[in-house]
Structures are given as structure tokens and as C-alpha cells.
Design a protein around this ligand. Structure first.
Ligand SMILES: Nc1ncnc2c1ncn2[C@@H]1O[C@H](COP(=O)(O)OS(=O)(=O)O)[C@@H](OP(=O)(O)O)[C@H]1O
Length: 384
């Protein structure tokens, strides 16, 4: 009362009115701000994520064609995460002195880098993780990385960049573990991985057919003599103290007795391994890529791979250029980048010089195996 008395005494009525107006105005302003915060603040906590999900949901509901054209939009913000995850993986590989013991994927740093450079968008947030429908099962040093990197530029293919070695070394981890490694795919897309050692793993065909009898298999084959030298060159680059190629390749060189227990030799006896696969799969489920033609005519080989996988022929001559420095065909525009890209340094090494006579002896050794292989697959690869 005293305050009202005093204010009515001291403050003139016109001033009291304007004070009341200011007071009401301030209250309504605060109230409006409060409402605004409640309504919109939750949307600003992670605006990018919400935006991304919104677009992905919209794309999901569109036809697969449009969806694929736009798929980069959905995945673009996931890119940074993928890069940082893979950088961590590279760091881990570098740190773990013994890769073969510590790395889940048993891959070299170079391979992880290859994958990192080539496939930053391979972890889209839409679709589901599915077991692979198609596998590149071999052969080691045949050109398996090139086939995987080339086929994955197809919008209907999603591939795991690293080699999971599930059907040989990690089978006890179970199919759920394996599925968990796969990139997310749409129903219209094919899931793929490559592990070249499957081709020579006795249990692999049975295990793969247990996963699905309809799995499509790709085998990249190469002249077994050149393949053995390539294999040896790779091992030598890691272990410079190993015996010479000749010492390892023969039990008795003067008698021409080849050591078939040496892996580099054994892998090239393609017909023996193929017979094992044919106990579980029809020949029509296996597609053979020529490692030689993959270099001279990558588009032609990839055309046949696309046909085999039931894909539209999208990868053509336009996607490749021949890089003279590298000496190999390279991609003009890989899946994730607008920059041309060749495979890494571990692909296309200069081979160890081998005596021509040794090469002839090995050619002789492989001839009967090659002939049987040509007959079985119905194609002459002209290695002899
Ligand atoms: N485009 C292109 N760029 C580079 N290299 C190419 C390409 N196409 C096929 N090749 C041949 O691939 C050979 C390596 O084969 P893989 O990828 O199967 O090797 S691995 O088993 O994964 O280690 C590799 O063998 P080497 O030349 O003996 O190193 C290449 O000859």
C-alpha cells in the first residue's frame, strides 16, 4: 500500500501507463521465446543427422534407379566418419607389428589404403547388411583387387573393401559376424567380397554352399607360371631372406621334379582346386576372368562379369584409361572420387628375374593341368 501510495505520488499517471506497457511487452516477449525454444530447440541438437535421415527416408521410398543416382547425397555426411574409422584401422595395422596375428582382416596396410582411397562411400546409412550373393574366390595374384575395384563402381554393387577371410581363417566366428562386416545394401544391390585364398581352401566350397547354394563365384585366373613368380616377388618384398625361386620351386631341378607342396606352385594347379568346387557348385555358377585380358581389355572382361552377375552393362571403355607410368589400366572415376585412380604399389610390382630355362620347365609342368582346366571350363586361356 505504501509503495502504491508513494508511486502514485511520485510517478505521474502517463509514466505509469508506459511502464505497464513495457512490463507486459517484456513478459509476452519472454513467453514467445520460451515457446520457440520448446518447439525448435530439439531440432537443432543434430541438424545434419536429422536432415540426412530425412533425405534417406525420402530416397528409400523412390524407385531404385533414382535412389542409386542420389545415393551419394545420403552417404556424403557419413564420409567423414568412414575416413576416420579407416584411418584408425590403418593406424592399428601399423601399430600391431604382427599383422597376421592381430588383424581381424589379415590385410596389409597398402590394401587398407587402397580400400580407403577407393571406397569412402561404402558405408551408406540406408539398406541392410546382407550375406554376399557373389564372391571373388581367387586366385591369389590373379588380378582379384582390380576386378573388385572395377565392379564396385557399378551402382548395383556394394563390396567389402578388405579381405574378411571368413571361409578359411575366421569361419568359427559365425555367419552373423560375417554379415556384420558387409556394407549396407538395398534389395536391388549385390553384396560382394573378395578373398583369393578361398579357391585353394579345401573346406571353402562346402562352407560357401552351406551359406547359399546360389552364391555366384568369380575366379580370376592367370598364367600359373607368371602367377607363381608374382607370388614369390610379393613374399620376397616382405621377407628378403627366403631361398631363391628355383630352390623353392624344385625338389630336384636337374630331374625336373617340381615341388607341388610349395604354395606358389600348388595354387596354379587350377584344375585340382576346381574339381573340389564342382562337388558343391554347378560350373555355370562359376565365372572365370582372364587375368591377362583384364589388363589388355578391362572393359571387355568387366562386361562379361556384369552379364554373369545379371547386371546392366554400365561399366564400359569410358571408365578406363591406360596409365603409362603404372603400366596398367586405371579408373577415370572411382566410386567415391572424381579423381582418376590406379591400384596401389603392391599391384604391378617388377617381377624377380627368373632364368628362361626355369620358366620353360614350369611351363612344361603346368601344361597337362592347363589343358584339363581349359577342357573343363570350355575356354582356352592360351598360357602354353
Ligand atoms: N589394373 C590393374 N592395375 C594393377 N594391377 C593389375 C591390374 N589388373 C590386373 N592387375 C594384376 O593384379 C595382380 C595382383 O593380383 P591380386 O589383386 O589378385 O593380388 S592379391 O592376391 O590380392 O595379392 C598384379 O600382379 P603383379 O603385376 O604380379 O603385381 C597385376 O598384374
Amino acid at each position: 500500500m505504501a509503495y502504491r501510495f508513494l508511486s502514485s505520488r511520485i510517478v505521474p499517471p502517463s509514466n505509469r501507463l508506459s511502464r505497464r506497457f513495457i512490463f507486459i511487452f517484456t513478459i509476452s516477449l519472454s513467453f514467445m521465446y520460451l515457446c520457440y525454444s520448446i518447439l525448435f530447440c530439439s531440432g537443432t541438437i543434430m541438424p545434419n543427422q536429422r536432415l540426412e535421415e530425412h533425405h534417406c527416408v525420402r530416397l528409400k521410398n523412390m524407385g531404385s534407379k533414382k535412389l542409386l543416382q542420389k545415393s551419394h547425397y545420403c552417404t556424403i555426411s557419413a564420409k567423414a566418419r568412414v575416413i576416420s574409422d579407416e584411418t584408425r584401422a590403418v593406424g592399428l595395422l601399423n601399430l600391431t607389428g604382427n599383422q597376421s596375428k592381430h588383424s581381424a582382416f589379415q590385410k596389409t596396410t597398402q590394401d587398407v589404403l587402397d580400400h580407403k582411397q577407393s571406397n569412402n562411400t561404402n558405408s551408406p546409412k540406408y539398406g541392410n547388411k546382407k550375406l554376399p550373393n557373389a564372391l571373388i574366390v581367387g586366385v591369389k595374384k590373379g588380378g582379384t583387387r582390380a576386378v573388385l575395384e572395377f565392379i564396385r563402381i557399378h551402382p548395383d554393387v556394394r563390396a567389402l573393401g578388405t579381405e574378411p577371410h571368413f571361409f578359411d581363417r575366421n569361419y568359427d566366428k559365425g555367419l552373423d559376424w560375417y554379415r556384420g562386416l558387409m556394407p549396407r545394401t538395398l534389395d536391388s544391390q549385390i553384396t560382394m567380397e573378395k578373398t583369393p585364398s578361398y579357391f585353394v581352401t579345401r573346406e571353402a566350397p562346402r562352407r560357401i554352399s552351406n551359406m547359399s547354394r546360389e552364391t555366384k563365384l568369380i575366379v580370376v585366373v592367370r598364367n600359373p607360371v607368371t602367377r607363381a613368380i608374382s607370388d614369390y616377388t610379393q613374399t620376397l618384398s616382405k621377407k628378403p631372406d627366403i631361398p631363391s625361386f628355383e630352390e623353392l620351386a624344385f625338389k630336384n631341378r636337374s630331374q625336373g621334379m617340381v615341388d607341388t607342396s610349395w604354395n606358389a606352385i600348388r595354387i596354379g594347379m587350377y584344375i585340382l582346386h576346381l574339381e573340389n568346387w564342382l562337388q558343391y557348385f554347378r560350373l555355370s555358377q562359376i565365372h572365370f576372368v582372364s587375368g591377362e585380358r583384364l589388363i589388355t581389355d578391362p572393359a571387355g572382361e568387366l562386361g562379361r562379369v556384369q552379364d554373369f552377375l545379371g547386371l546392366k552393362r554400365i561399366i564400359t571403355d569410358k571408365h578406363f584409361y591406360f596409365n603409362r607410368t603404372k603400366g596398367f589400366p586405371c579408373l577415370k572415376k572411382p566410386e567415391s572420387s572424381s579423381q582418376p585412380r590406379c591400384l596401389g604399389k603392391s599391384k604391378g610390382r617388377t617381377h624377380v628375374q627368373i632364368d628362361q630355362e626355369v620358366i620353360e620347365q614350369l611351363r612344361e609342368f603346368y601344361r597337362p593341368f592347363n589343358v584339363k582346366f581349359y577342357e573343363m571350363v570350355g575356354h582356352d586361356f592360351r598360357w602354353d
